[in-house]
Design a protein around this ligand. Structure first.
Ligand SMILES: [Zn+2]
Length: 605
């Protein structure tokens, strides 16, 4: 059997992000501007000082964590080639190393709100406030989860939320938090704290708010300021970004992130530049340290009805050839077994207690598995695909997890799903380490906002071809980019996150593009560098100027009403069509081409 076709019903949510921005992103002003806009507005430059101030290593990147009671620090020079950090190169974290709190104060307010079950009204953008650029368009609103990912400080202001400083102190005192965290008035970006104490504060956050925050913060790497780094970090880093003016270098920034790894380890990252730049530059360096992170697999369970399309006749123990009648008793299975089907076929299964032999009401044997989510996903990856191309395997892991979340029946706190070519098939033995790694590195990640199908070798709108995914991986595409080829309008986020998508589709625009792109293709056929791109998603640009994101196969425009709007959409499409040619970077050529396409019937040279 080949890969089953998975069809998942559309969730009527607006869509959003799979990500990595480069190439085309840089073309239209917007991207550079977005990424590096920093927090100039947020930070009153006054008291803030650089992480690196006073230190000689102004290009230094610093990464610290708190594990097994030890705070360790790594430093790297960002000047040369990115060399991965090793566990052996860690040094004890000096108590004197300080960092501005930056936007990380919002994380502590968030945790307090969650744990105290304090209802929070959406923040409404009234306009005229530069800080609202991180929140919403004038007249728009933002909720708590989006406010955390987008770093909307206005949302979390204690005065707006009418937080009680006395209860705040009581709460953090009970959590044994450092003294500065007990003071509500210290929750400002300019507050400086020892990094060691920041790690202790992160560790002090109780499990429930920490897990809520971590689920939401997964989106920082997929749709927030860490966009473009999910291929390096997987979903192992759940951190709040921060960016502050660098007191040592007027006009420059320092930034980074603080939060947790998937196993709850508190982390802090700091360096020169805005948070997006620091996250990107740290990614290849930190990646080797993350291989040590054991991803807990207790966040969800999946119950599988094995061989659901093939009635079982009997289950025999391994040495049943010598003792043909040795039927296995009902209950948990330990060891190797042979499953005999009514149709005469046999299958081998291996279990260390995760499989159980049961009988239905009619006395027919049933094989039921119970797995952690990542164990389940790894078994699907190995059964439906393979791990020869790790990035393709990760893409399949996300698709398989998405399918289980969308189609599993809720059964006593678990998701229950058939092992079947109608759904997705599941390996009846422990998966390889490589398959488990594909699941772990994409821990919790799912696509939302799209119907998800995959097939062994047939690609279609909304349906990923496994062989095409492997071919894409072979050309160097990372798993998020592979997914974006099929699902440009989908959101990549944690299935435990309340966040939904962020691509607000521009009404009628994709349909309009779908009608016009083939006509343009004929007119641009033969133009140097032209390649017909996959039909991109057309999303509403929320800030800055229209832009194209080739990696995610999206274009962002304001609307589609006037001729100028149509030219703007054609412009971004032309960027995609010439993305592998220098002309794609030539704004004059792109704009001229867009105008010719919209205003004339002339061919493009
Ligand atoms: Zn442009």
């Amino acid at each position: 059997m080949f890969l089953g076709t998975l069809v998942r019903s559309v969730r009527g949510r607006v869509a959003a992000m799979l990500r990595i921005a480069f190439a085309v992103a840089a073309m239209c002003v917007l991207f550079a501007a977005n990424v590096e806009r920093g927090y100039a507005a947020v930070a009153s430059a006054s008291a803030s000082a650089s992480v690196a101030s006073g230190a000689a290593s102004k290009q230094a990147l610093r990464f610290a964590w708190l594990r097994d009671g030890q705070s360790q620090l790594w430093q790297a020079d960002t000047g040369g080639a990115a060399v991965g950090l090793s566990p052996q190169s860690a040094m004890p974290l000096p108590a004197t190393l300080e960092t501005p709190l930056g936007s990380v104060w919002k994380l502590f307010v968030y945790g307090y709100l969650v744990d105290r079950n304090i209802a929070t009204p959406d923040y409404t953008c009234s306009g005229g406030d530069p800080e609202e650029v991180y929140c919403c368009m004038t007249g728009g609103r933002i909720d708590r989860e989006h406010a955390l990912v987008q770093s909307c400080g206005r949302f979390f202001e204690p005065a707006r939320l009418q937080l009680d400083p006395v209860d705040w102190r009581k709460y953090w005192t009970a959590a044994n938090a450092p003294a500065w965290l007990r003071n509500l008035h210290a929750m400002t970006p300019t507050q400086r704290v020892p990094v060691a104490q920041l790690l202790a504060a992160l560790q002090a956050m109780p499990a429930r708010p920490r897990e809520a925050a971590a689920s939401t913060l997964v989106s920082v790497l997929t749709s927030g300021r860490g966009e473009g780094t999910v291929s390096h970090y997987g979903s192992l880093v759940r951190a709040k970004t921060w960016t502050m003016p660098d007191a040592a270098r007027p006009g420059a920034s320092v930034g980074g992130a603080a939060g947790w790894l998937a196993d709850g380890t508190p982390i802090w990252l700091g360096g020169s530049g805005g948070s997006a730049r620091v996250l990107a530059s740290a990614a290849p360096r930190i990646a080797p340290l993350l291989t040590q992170v054991a991803v807990p697999d207790d966040g969800a369970c999946v119950v599988v009805d094995f061989f659901s399309r093939y009635p079982i006749r009997e289950v025999l123990g391994e040495h049943s050839s010598k003792r043909p009648s040795a039927m296995v008793p009902d209950g948990p299975l330990n060891g190797e077994f042979r499953v005999g089907f009514v149709n005469g076929n046999w299958a081998r299964v291996t279990s260390r207690g995760e499989l159980r032999l049961d009988r239905n009401a009619a006395g027919v044997p049933q094989l039921i598995g119970r797995f952690g989510m990542n164990d389940y996903v790894a078994r699907v990856v190995e059964r439906e695909g393979d791990t020869a191309q790790p990035e393709a395997a990760k893409a399949l892991a996300v698709a398989a997890r998405t399918y289980a979340v969308q189609h599993g029946a809720h059964d006593h706190g678990c998701l229950r799903i058939d092992d079947s070519s109608n759904t997705q098939r599941v390996l009846p033995r422990a998966p390889t380490a490589a398959a488990r790694r594909a699941a772990d590195l994409t821990d919790a990640l799912v696509l939302t906002g799209v119907p998800v199908q995959y097939h062994h070798d047939k690609a279609a709108p909304g349906q990923m071809s496994w062989l095409a995914a492997k071919a894409s991986a072979q050309t160097g595409l990372t798993f998020d980019a592979i997914l974006a080829r099929t699902w440009p309008q989908a959101t990549l986020t944690s299935f435990q996150s309340p966040l939904s998508g962020d691509c607000i589709a521009v009404a009628g625009a994709r349909e309009w593009l779908q009608r016009n792109a083939p006509l343009w293709a004929r007119r641009m056929d033969g133009a140097a560098g032209y390649e017909t791109p996959d039909l991109p998603a057309v999303c509403a640009v929320r800030e800055g100027r229209p832009y194209a994101d080739a990696q995610r196969n999206r274009v962002y425009v304001y609307r589609l009403q006037s001729e100028e709007d149509r030219i703007a959409l054609a412009h971004e499409y032309v960027h995609l069509a010439f993305q592998h040619h220098p002309r794609g970077l030539d704004e004059d050529f792109v704009e001229r081409t867009a105008r010719v396409l919209i205003r004339t019937d002339n061919p493009i040279q």
